[in-house]
Write a protein that binds this ligand. Structure first.
Ligand SMILES: C[S@@+](CC[C@H](N)C(=O)[O-])C[C@H]1O[C@@H](n2cnc3c(N)ncnc32)[C@H](O)[C@@H]1O
Length: 180
């Protein structure tokens, strides 16, 4: 569903952000949308994630000058992104294949949402996958929802997608469309 929202608005030549690189699956998806003239900027606090994402894109035939990945927290993305961003994807929580103690944190996640929302251009989208099922994830997911509820209705369309018949606090998506 996150990919559908992003695919709907992103065009060849756009600048997009993967705010939680992990193993680079979202980054590779984004690179496929923006094409040779676009750019994918990516952030993760784990060097291994930055490396593995870079390898995934190169292995997928993406030229190295089409992406720029940094081992830096997403809350600092303004230092590296000027604005004019068409999509930002967040996939919160931890990387299942890596150190599960390295996890997104409510404070920095909210900071990053503020920054990312200001960098998005009109018509751009932001997707945030929330995982309330792990320790601390419930507080973070709730904070994302509360932050989203406060956005001005004339400026943002915000949706929440989730499973109705899955057990144990299943993940859900909060999707943001910048209207003005
Ligand atoms: C669920 S994984 C992301 C999966 C990834 N999107 C993919 O397609 O493989 C969450 C990632 O967020 C990273 N992370 C944790 N805190 C972060 C922060 N402050 N800024 C950026 N990334 C962070 C973790 O290191 C982890 O790799």
């Amino acid at each position: 569903m996150a990919q559908m929202m992003v695919r709907d608005v992103v065009c060849v030549g756009d600048v997009v952000v993967d705010a939680t690189l992990g193993n680079g699956h979202d980054a590779l998806f984004l690179a496929g949308l923006v094409g040779d003239d676009g750019r994918v900027l990516g952030f993760d606090v784990q060097e291994a994630a930055v490396e593995s994402s870079g390898k995934r894109l190169l292995g997928g035939g993406v030229d190295e000058d089409r992406f720029e990945f940094r081992c830096v927290g997403h809350e600092r993305m303004r230092e590296f992104v000027d604005g004019g961003v068409k999509a930002v994807m967040f996939n919160l929580g931890y990387l299942p294949s890596a150190d599960k103690s390295v996890i997104t944190q409510v404070g920095t996640t909210l900071e990053a949402l503020e920054v990312a929302s200001s960098l998005l251009e009109k018509g751009g989208v932001m997707t945030v996958m929330c995982y309330p099922g792990h320790e601390g994830g419930d507080v973070e997911a709730e904070a994302v929802v509360e932050w989203a509820k406060k956005l001005e209705r004339k400026e943002w369309r915000v949706v929440r997608y989730g499973f109705l018949n899955a057990p144990n606090d299943p993940p859900f998506l909060v999707g943001f469309e910048k209207l003005s």
